[in-house]
Design a protein around this ligand. Structure first.
Ligand code: ADP
Ligand code: ASP
Ligand code: MG
Length: 408
């Protein structure tokens, strides 16, 4: 007998039939002799609907009240699922984040889990009770409800698997595994049998929302046995692990797209030491994360510095820079959010400098202009126009996967 943590995403619990389907998966696992902790997301589009409701009342609602509101979505799906399991005659209890012992820091709407106090969970499991836990939430030191950021239920599940030393953490979703690109928008995307934590962490951070990036970070740190699979097909999914069998013919394990990017260009800054420090320390002080950075060569004693940030920070960044115009010295700030970041990820890239060139060739053949480039040992990212993003992903995917065949 082992302990299995199973997480079910919003589309897996969207209506009564789907909740019954989830109850069936949970109880089948239980009947095989395992203890089961299930973590559920809110039903379907509930979280988006709650955000829309809040906007109707107060578009500038505090993050504390937003968390209070958004946490209710998970409470509904969990109680309904527990009722379905009760009706099937199994012992079950549903718990909210705080009842399950999730303690987080105080960053409302993007809280980090500090610890999980497992006494209640262990008491229930010792009674051979199935435990259903609300994903995405916890409480902070003021006993306020916090949420972990969009997609955060994956992280709740992995945290429980880590702290309870579960034998397996299964992330059930609406696709049957991790693919070489989003299977909903890329023709020919291929399912991977397995992928390393590092590659998945990059893919998740670069926009592949199939796993919340912090869940992968945590799975790697605590060596959680992680699997992504479908709630609907019963097929084996994709394993995420430290080391994978080396069978790949391609150096690229996946292509990801991130539309949550905005570009800021600080035009006509003085060509002298200290400018980058002034700009980026100002943004750091206001917790604005900067991603790609590009500095032009100086001309007539001025240069331009461009960088990308998350879309939600665009207006605040422009305002902050303009407020400090006299201190930084620049001509103007241009911002745009009609761009997207497209990336390739693969551990096999390190020793193969040709990989980036092939990506650029694919974009050139598709007549797509690149605005910025950034590379690391395991990824290459480019910034392109939003309108070109889907074509860019498809062209890059075709390039790597028609020439190298399947890696999975
Ligand atoms: P859930 O509600 O179950 O958490 P999400 O919508 O958060 O599900 O994540 C699943 C979705 O992730 C899929 O429907 C798919 O469109 C998308 N996705 C993006 N990139 C990938 C990828 N590389 N492999 C699989 N799915 C991906
Ligand atoms: N319900 C939350 C969201 O939609 C958390 C999750 O689904 O993981 O972002
Ligand atoms: Mg998700």
């Amino acid at each position: 007998m082992g302990l299995i943590v199973q997480k079910f995403g919003g589309s897996s619990v969207a209506d009564a039939d789907k909740i019954r389907n989830v109850a069936r998966i949970i109880t089948e696992t239980y009947r095989r002799g395992h203890n089961v902790v299930a973590v559920l997301s809110a039903q379907g589009d509930t979280t988006d609907d709650l955000i829309a409701k809040a906007k109707e009342i107060n578009p500038k609602a505090s993050r504390r009240e937003m968390d209070m509101l958004l946490s209710t979505g998970e409470q509904i799906s969990c109680s309904l699922c527990a009722m379905a399991i009760e009706a099937m005659g199994y012992p079950v209890v549903s718990l909210t984040g705080w009842q399950a012992g999730f303690k987080t820091d105080s960053s409302y709407s993007s809280a980090r889990i500090k610890t999980v106090q497992t006494e209640r969970l262990i008491t229930e499991l010792d009674k051979r009770c199935i435990v259903i836990v609300t994903g995405f939430q916890g409480i902070n030191k003021y006993d306020d409800i916090t949420t972990l950021g969009r997609g955060g239920s994956d992280t709740s599940a992995v945290a429980l698997a880590a702290i309870l030393h579960a034998d397996l953490c299964q992330i059930y979703t609406d696709v049957d595994g991790i693919y070489t690109a989003d299977p909903r928008s890329v023709t020919g995307a291929r399912k991977l049998e397995e992928i390393t934590y590092d590659e998945m962490l990059e893919l998740a951070s670069l926009g592949a929302q199939v796993l919340h990036n912090r869940s992968v970070e945590m799975a790697k740190r605590y060596n959680v046995n992680l699997e992504v699979l479908s709630s609907f097909t019963g097929k084996p999914g994709t394993k995420v692990k430290e080391v994978v069998k080396v069978v790949e013919k391609s150096h690229v394990s996946g292509v990801a797209k991130d539309k949550n990017v905005a570009r800021v260009a600080v035009v006509g800054v003085a060509d002298e030491p200290g400018i980058a420090f002034k700009i980026f320390s100002l943004l750091a002080k206001h917790s604005i994360n900067v991603d790609l950075i590009l500095q032009s060569i100086g001309r007539n004693n001025t240069k331009d510095i461009s960088f990308t940030i998350s879309r939600k920070d665009m207006e605040a960044t422009k305002a902050l820079l303009e407020e400090r115009k006299d201190y930084i010295h620049f001509e103007r700030v241009d911002v745009s959010d009609d761009i997207a970041k497209v990336s390739i990820v693969g551990a096999g890239m390190i020793n193969n400098p040709g990989v980036a060139a092939q990506m650029f060739e694919a974009l050139y053949s598709a007549n797509i202009n690149i605005h910025m480039i950034s590379t690391s040992e395991i990824k290459v990212s480019v910034l392109v126009d939003d309108d070109d993003a889907n074509r860019a992903v498809q062209a890059i995917h075709d390039k790597f996967y028609s020439e190298f065949g399947n890696r999975g």
